[in-house]
Design a protein around this ligand. Structure first.
Ligand SMILES: NC(=O)c1ccc[n+]([C@@H]2O[C@H](COP(=O)([O-])OP(=O)(O)OC[C@H]3O[C@@H](n4cnc5c(N)ncnc54)[C@H](OP(=O)(O)O)[C@@H]3O)[C@@H](O)[C@H]2O)c1
Length: 341
């Protein structure tokens, strides 16, 4: 049995990176993407409870609700500045030619403005971990990481991270400046990074920060078909794997997850989170997943999963799932590492 009141263990975030709780907290859903946050007080209480449980890595980005998510977590971050390891991201920008659209910017002038904007919204002097959120292939990665390294030298940023880069891009970046963390989607349903990205991270001693480790909630069984069950503004309704015929086919793939959860007296989400931790061990990586939740009860369930170990038979039963998933993890995969490998 796992006790939800126990503090979680810690791990170093990459070579020379900060020591953090082995599970972080994704804050995006508190302002953006997964339907309206009806209980802001509960979301704020979740931030506080996370710290009590040893969660120290808090993840946001400038693009989440156009800066509102950074503003939402700012009072919490400032109140606990010495304990919180604050991670935010730049690169997804407004598109001047299409007001509703987005473009990707990796150029030095953009980065310098973006960091000032994030510092101001967060109300802090320094960001602990600053990620490039998406890659613009028109800018050499060495130039982008060079501009990010200037921010470290100037004391605006402590550590550097990259999101959705390929193994080759990670190697080129690390030659310019140490990269503490690589953030990419990794879960029972999304394993494309195991081909090239994971081996590069292991070789370079870069920690992996898996995002959407609960498959955006799908792996918990919380919903089956985004078309019918989620609000009209829920971003998951744009995802091929959660909609149409794919959704029912993919829900059927959860059968072994459900069986293991029932046999062990744990939840589906805990099986999914334990799998990520153990899969990292298989690959010899440090891993700090950042499941996102706005509710204390789910946070407690998720942190308790760090103390669950799946058996070899259970891992074998989960192994075939990812290859059978119908539908891509993004409508346009060109901005993911897999889209450029
Ligand atoms: N780098 C990138 O490109 C990128 C992309 C996406 C996300 N991210 C980051 O990664 C974080 C996590 O990813 P994510 O939020 O997309 O997906 P996730 O962590 O896989 O799933 C979050 C969803 O699952 C629900 N949930 C959480 N715990 C649950 C539980 N125990 N039982 C049932 N449902 C549960 C949440 O709802 P409630 O909130 O209502 O509990 C939310 O709808 C984000 O917050 C964000 O910071 C980064």
């Amino acid at each position: 049995m796992t006790d939800s009141n126990d503090e979680i263990a810690t791990a170093a975030l990459g070579t020379g990176g900060p020591e953090v709780g082995v599970q972080g907290l994704g804050c995006m859903g508190m302002s953006f993407a997964y339907g309206p946050t009806t209980d802001e007080g509960e979301a704020r209480a979740t931030l506080e409870r996370a710290l009590e449980l040893g969660v120290t890595l808090y993840d946001t980005a400038d693009i989440y609700a156009d800066g509102e998510n950074e503003k939402f977590i700012a009072p919490f971050v400032r109140a606990h500045r010495d304990q919180v390891v604050l991670a935010t991201k730049f690169a997804i920008a407004a598109d001047p030619e299409h007001p509703e659209g987005r473009t990707v910017r990796n150029d030095r002038p953009y980065i310098r403005q973006a960091v000032e904007d994030s510092l101001s919204r967060l109300g802090v002097d320094e960001i602990d971990l600053y990620y490039m959120h998406r890659r613009d292939v028109n800018v050499p990665i060495e130039e982008t990481v060079g501009a990010m390294a200037e921010l470290v030298a100037e004391g605006k940023v402590k550590h550097l991270g990259l999101s959705e880069v390929t193994g080759g891009e990670l190697r080129a970046a690390q030659a310019v400046h140490p990269i503490a963390a690589l953030q990419s989607e990794w879960s029972l349903f999304s394993r494309d990074i195991e081909a090239q990205v994971v081996p590069a991270a292991r070789e370079l001693g870069v920690a992996l920060v898996p995002y959407s480790p609960l498959g955006r909630g799908f792996l918990t069984g919380a919903f089956v078909n985004a078309d019918n069950e989620l609000s009209s503004d829920d971003w998951r309704r744009t995802q091929p794997r959660f909609t149409g015929d794919n959704a029912a086919a993919n829900a059927a793939l959860l059968e072994p997850v459900r069986r293991i959860a029932q046999q062990r007296g744990i939840t589906l989400g805990q099986v999914a989170l334990a799998w990520v931790q153990q899969q990292a061990q298989v690959h010899g990586l440090t891993v700090v997943p950042i499941p996102g939740t706005r509710r204390r009860s789910r946070l407690e369930e998720n942190t308790a999963a760090t103390r669950i170990t799946l058996t070899a038979d259970e891992l074998a039963a989960l192994e075939p799932i990812a290859d059978k998933v119908a539908g891509a993890r993004y409508p346009d995969m060109s901005l993911t590492s897999a889209g450029r490998e």
